[in-house]
Structures are given as C-alpha cells and as structure tokens.
Design a protein around this ligand. Structure first.
Ligand SMILES: Cc1ncc(COP(=O)(O)O)c(C=O)c1O
Length: 379
C-alpha cells in the first residue's frame, strides 16, 4: 500500500523544507537561506559581554509553559502596547503557526492568506478542511498587495487574514498607508489578523518599517522569532504577541499538546541576545545592506538573464528567470555543476522565479560561482 495512505497523512509535504532537507547541508554554497548570519554561543556571549556561567548554571528542568518571565519581558519591550502577560513563547515560529491554525479557525471557516507564502501559513489550515483564498502579490507592482482583492473576497465565514511583512520570499513590505487600511478592514469586518513579523528589524531603511500589528489592533497576532534578523534559528525560540486574552488562552492550551514548554538553555540564550538586540540588529543590517548592493550590481550585469525586483527588507528576494529553460532545470544544473543552492520558485508554486538569500556573510562566494556558471554557459 502507498505509504501516504498507510499513515493517513492528510497534510501535504512542506515543499521548501523537503527541498532543503535534501540539499541544504550537502551543497557547498548556500545562496537561498532565509536566515541571517548566525554565531556560536561563545561569540554571542562575548558580543553581549556576558559570562558563560549564565548558561552553565541554567537548570535543566521543565520551564514555564508560557515562556521564561524574563524572556517574555524582554520580548514585550519590542512592542509599545503590550506587556509580558500578552507574550506567549513557542518553539520557533513554525510551532506558533501550527497552534494558530489548529485553534483559531475551524472547518467551514474561510481565511485569506497572502501568496506566495511560507507554506505552513496556508497548508495547515487547508489540511483541516478550511477554505483558503490566496491573496497574490503582484510582481508588476513591486510585489505589492491589492486591497481591492481583500475587500471583494471577505465572506460571512471569513475569520482570519494572514500577511507577512517584510516578506519571504520577495523581501517586499506593504506601504504604511495600505497597512493602516488593512487593519481598518479587519476591524470593520471583525477579522483576526495574523502578521508574520519574523523579519521585523530587517528593513533596510527605517521609513519602510511597519509597526507591529499587535500594537495597532486588539484582534491581531504578531508573530516574532529569534531565527531571522537575530540570526539564531538554532535556538528554536519564537513568540506570539496578542492583546486578545481569549486567543492567548486558546493558544496556550493547545501548546500543551505540541511542545509544552521551551528549551531552557535556548530561553536563557535568547534573553541574553535580546538584551543586546540593537547591537545584533546593526550587525545584521550591515550585512544585508552590503549584500543587497552586491545583488543590485549583479542583476544589472545580468539584466538579460533575470528580472530583479529590489527587496526593501528581509534577507530573501525572488527574481524571475528570463531564459528559455525552466527554473528547476537551471537550479539543478547550478547545484550539480557549481555546488550553489538556489531555491526554485516551484516550492512556492511560482515556477518562473527563484529565491536568493542574502543574509549571510559568505553570499559573495556563492554569487561569484553563479557568475562563473553564467559566463561558462555564454549568457
Ligand atoms: C515567513 C516565515 N514564517 C515563519 C517561519 C518559521 O520560522 P522558524 O524556522 O523560526 O520556526 C519562516 C522560516 O523560514 C518564515 O520564513
């Protein structure tokens, strides 16, 4: 019998994660990562001027299921309208998304999700029989969302709107005035709003940064994480911030069935990192700005091969391949011939684009291998 039938697995496979599971750690030049430059525990503690004994003395018992009180307090400082009791810590953003899609929506509901998106933002709900309307970003308009689509697609059973800014994979950010209108629409129609803010603080210039949704709207959930701008995905620490206590309690109860509580050492390390958040953000932004400038030059040299929409935040962009061949074939040839890993857009159901990641210091090496590949092919 087919394994899928045997196991009664209803959720589709996570295309992006399966692709990385196969190639990420075996390919020399990672040119499609979504995270920013990471560091060792030792480097972080030196950077934070903290003694390693803080970590060594960490008690390895169960921790508070809502998250370490000091961690929740540090996280609450990232927002202006919330306190530590409105912060719920999860094992990464992924754990939070899974809990949200299993508690706040039910079969028969309708949700509207920005597209392309990190797959779990739509797949978990879809697998539970929830109707998902895909709210597509438009490449012709620098990957912006059209609010008219949202207004036209709200139905009597619409419960939740999901957005993600700064956005993976395009690196786009909604315009401030439209973001305000989005919140007004949600408020007027009594819709929950999930804003996946895992790339917050990665905006290249301060004027494009959006305020966290949870600060602006009581029925919003702001999703944050240590993985992206803070460069610490190995901690697996994420959080939801919401001022709606009913939502908060539902999520806390469901989490008892996923991870119960978080990793004690990870919480302690995250506290130390958040104490020096400005320093870490500056370090990340320096890398992002430098790398995006390199990409500008690269894509202007190869404008006959790619269409480049410049990102305004995050650590990923989503160029289009203009050659007469599939993106999948292009990425496979690049990987096998030059050991460079790009992510084909087919994992986002956008087969003409690919994701390039520019959050890491060694991006330059992968990019020069990509140039070498293009030159050898005569493009
Ligand atoms: C937009 C977005 N949301 C959520 C996640 C999940 O984050 P984490 O790996 O920290 O669980 C990712 C990871 O790539 C992401 O890009």
């Amino acid at each position: 019998m087919h394994l899928r039938k045997q196991l009664h697995v209803k959720i589709p496979s996570f295309k992006l994660e399966r692709y990385f599971a196969e190639y990420e750690f075996g390919t020399k030049y990672m040119l499609s990562a979504s995270d920013c430059e990471s560091m060792t525990i030792g480097e972080l503690f030196t950077f934070a001027e903290t003694d390693l004994s803080t970590l060594v003395d960490t008690h390895l018992g169960y921790t508070e299921s809502r998250g370490h009180p000091e961690l929740r307090q540090q996280i609450s400082h990232l927002y202006s309208e919330v306190n530590e009791d409105q912060v719920l810590v999860f094992s990464g953003a992924e754990d939070a998304i899974f809990c949200i899609m299993n508690t706040l929506v039910k079969k028969g509901d309708h949700i509207i999700v920005q597209f392309p998106s990190y797959q779990s933002l739509s797949s978990v709900a879809e697998s539970r029989g929830i109707e998902v309307a895909k709210w597509k970003l438009d490449e012709r308009f620098e990957w912006q969302l059209d609010l008219e689509f949202l207004k036209k697609n709200i139905k009597s059973n619409t419960r939740l709107v999901v957005v993600n800014f700064p956005h993976n994979p395009t690196g786009t950010i909604m315009r401030g005035s439209e973001y305000e209108e989005l919140i007004e629409i949600c408020e007027k129609n009594q819709l929950l709003l999930l804003q996946d803010e895992v790339y917050r603080f990665s905006e290249f210039t301060a004027n494009v940064a959006l305020p966290p949704a949870a600060d602006l709207y009581e029925n919003a959930l702001s999703l944050g994480v240590m993985s992206k701008t803070f460069g610490l995905p190995g901690l697996r620490i994420g959080w939801i911030v919401t001022r709606n206590n009913e939502i908060y309690q539902k999520l806390a109860q469901f989490k008892d069935y996923t991870t119960i509580c978080n990793s004690a050492p990870s919480e302690v390390i995250a506290i130390e990192a958040l104490k020096i958040k400005d320093k870490i953000i500056r370090r990340t932004l320096k890398i992002l700005r430098y790398n995006v400038h390199m990409l500008d030059n690269f894509f202007s040299t190869y404008s006959h091969v790619f269409e480049w929409v410049r990102p305004t935040g995050a650590s990923t962009a989503f160029p289009r391949l203009s050659l007469d061949q599939t993106v999948n074939d292009f990425c496979t040839a690049l990987r096998t011939e030059k050991e460079v890993l790009l992510l084909p857009g087919s994992v986002f159901d956008y087969p003409s684009n690919f994701r390039i990641g520019f959050g890491r210091k060694n991006m330059e090496e992968g990019l020069s291998k990509l140039s070498e590949f293009l030159e050898e092919k005569g493009y």
